[in-house]
Ligand binder design. Structure first.
Ligand code: SF4
Length: 407
């Protein structure tokens, strides 16, 4: 409970405009945590990004292929920070909630530098982004209100009326970047915050028309209100609105394009029923995830405090705090991932067992309305269940909210 309380205090004291130093007693010593630094100005941020980087991996790697380098090789960071406040993520804690944006000129200089100096450049900028694709130059309408604010998010439970959601500077930047001689295409690979994008349909039009390579990954993360409220993510109606606009603008551009939604398994607040509902939705919508991620408690994230304490630090922590259901243990975590990969025959024995336990045998069968079949293809399903063989550990290859792969 004290940890949950400490986590809550830490997040309340995260705005450099009003944060106070925190002191925590550890036996005979105190740990002193300074308030977060003031955000860098555009000029300062430009200076940081225009230092004479080599844009090459360190020579110690020799000829080795470095996946992280491949991802960033032709991409440009346009801003730092995030005011989303998703509880499973700590970008807000380590990059700040106030967006720090580079100038247009500095970003365009970097695009030219990639064109002129990076070996293997074929004319495609793989990303113009940051922790979130579309927070460039977005900020609270008033500096004094911003300095006094203690909300953990500017967009949850709804978009704050004080938030400026004008996407014009970002649209102008995209237009100028793709007009740079030698640049054929500019893709956007960072995660699009679709609740914000819904406020600027022109941005969605620009994205669908010029910056999407067939598929756009976005992250609803959950379907049910239980987990969504613990993640501080918008509801699915926001997703459907974005999808309608994306589909409309893709069609107008004569492009066949799809959204690929990402979900997290085993997040605090997620019951087996929530994952079942999600699996049924995935199947009904024809989604078959090839990679899925299960929640891992990471340092400083609010969801980590939920995971360990079982209470909700988004509200005042008391003895009567709202309990948070936390899926834990190898079997349940594997089950939640299995729901996301309901189409993988290796998961069917575990899913059949769970569906029977949940009284949902009606979803086992060989028809379209069933989630999983009754038969088991030869050579599959050997991953073990509660009653069967030992569990097989699966490697979780995930992506952060910014769309960057975990290393
Ligand atoms: S008042 Fe609203 S927009 Fe301004 S910082 Fe607070 S939550 Fe964000």
């Amino acid at each position: 409970m004290l940890y949950a309380h400490a986590s809550r205090v830490l997040h309340i004291e995260s705005n450099p405009g009003n944060a106070r130093a925190l002191v925590q007693r550890h036996q005979q010593q105190d740990v002193w945590i300074n308030p977060p630094p003031l955000p860098l100005s555009t000029r300062e941020l430009d200076a940081v990004y225009e230092l004479p980087y080599t844009r090459q991996p360190h020579p110690v790697y020799g000829e080795a292929k470095i996946p992280a380098y491949e991802m960033i090789r032709f991409s440009v960071a346009i801003q730092r920070g995030c005011f989303g406040g998703c509880t499973f993520c700590s970008i807000t804690e380590h990059e700040g909630r106030i967006i720090q944006s580079r100038s247009e000129a500095s970003i365009l200089r970097e695009v030219e530098e990639i064109r002129d100096r990076v070996p293997g450049f074929t004319g495609v900028i793989s990303d113009l982004g940051g922790p979130t694709a579309n927070m460039y130059r977005l900020a609270c309408k008033s500096k004094s209100i911003e300095a006094a604010c203690r909300r953990p998010s500017c967009v949850y439970p709804g978009i704050c009326p004080n938030l400026n959601t004008d996407h014009k500077p970002l649209i102008n930047l995209y237009r100028k970047a793709r007009a740079v001689p030698g640049v054929k295409k500019v893709l956007i690979a960072s995660g699009v915050r679709y609740d914000l994008a819904n406020e600027a349909p022109d941005y969605i039009r620009e994205l669908a028309t010029h910056h999407t390579g067939g598929y756009l990954k976005i992250a609803p993360e959950a379907l049910s209100d239980g987990p969504l409220s613990k993640m501080m993510k918008p509801g699915m109606d926001t997703y459907y609105r974005f999808k309608a606009l994306f589909d409309q603008f893709s069609a107008e551009a004569g492009k066949e394009q799809y959204l690929i939604p990402y979900f997290i398994a085993a997040h605090p607040g997620t019951t087996d029923e929530d994952m079942l509902t999600l699996a049924v939705w995935l199947k009904a919508n024809g989604f078959r995830a090839d990679q899925v991620q299960a929640f891992l408690p990471g340092p400083m994230a609010t969801a980590t405090a939920m995971y360990h304490s079982g209470v909700n630090p988004l509200r005042k922590v008391t003895r009567n705090s709202e309990p948070v259901y936390v899926p834990k243990g190898a079997r349940q975590r594997r089950l939640h991932k299995a729901f996301l990969r309901y189409h993988d025959a290796n998961n069917w024995p575990l899913l059949r067992e769970a569906l029977r336990d949940m009284g949902r045998e009606d979803l086992i069968g060989n028809g379209k309305r069933h989630l999983i079949p009754t038969y088991q293809p030869a050579g599959t399903g050997g991953a073990g269940t509660r009653r069967g063989k030992p569990f097989r550990t699966q490697h979780v290859r995930g992506k952060s909210r910014s769309g960057k792969k975990y290393s």
